[in-house]
Design a protein around this ligand. Structure first.
Ligand SMILES: [Zn+2]
Length: 161
């Protein structure tokens, strides 16, 4: 099961105190609504009850997926939720993270200032990636998708062996 604690947090903008729900473990089979919050990073969003400003307040937690049979610990000091969520999607689809990283590296070589993150596997077994741009030193998601065939993915798997 999922477990959480409510901690007190002080708003950096107005100094008001508020409660923040911190999840120690997230079981996405029992709490599927938490899964979407991990995927879009909103698990770490805190909204000040006073000034209504929202802040990103990351913490470490255990992610448990029974359906796909894996458990992985997110360490907030060492990792960021966006690549962590990508890693989860790769695991769910039974893909090889090293191959996904190699595909992304090749894409970056051909498209400087751009990056891709694995999004999903389509019914036609195409690998769909979200395209990110880095105009101001910060990665930004775009509406663009990059897709490669499953055969191409298998070729990359062979290449990196
Ligand atoms: Zn505030």
């Amino acid at each position: 099961m999922s477990s959480f604690r409510n901690i007190k947090i002080t708003c950096p903008a107005c100094n008001s105190e508020g409660a923040y729900t911190v999840w120690d473990s997230v079981n996405v089979d029992l709490d599927p609504d938490l899964k979407s919050k991990v995927m879009d990073g909103s698990l770490f969003t805190w909204v000040c009850p006073n000034c209504k400003k929202s802040f990103n307040a990351p913490y470490s937690f255990l992610y448990h997926d029974i359906t796909h049979n894996f458990m992985v610990y997110f360490e907030s000091e060492k990792s960021h939720i966006i690549p962590f969520a990508e890693y989860l999607r790769v695991m769910e689809n039974g893909l090889d993270m090293n191959a996904i990283a190699a595909i992304a590296a090749k894409f970056r070589d051909e498209n400087p200032q751009m990056n891709i993150l694995f999004d999903s596997l389509t019914v036609d077994k195409e690998l769909l990636f979200s395209v990110l741009e880095m105009p101001n030193g910060i990665w930004e998601f775009t509406e663009r998708k990059h897709s490669i065939s499953y055969d191409e993915y298998l070729r990359v798997c062979e290449e990196i062996k």
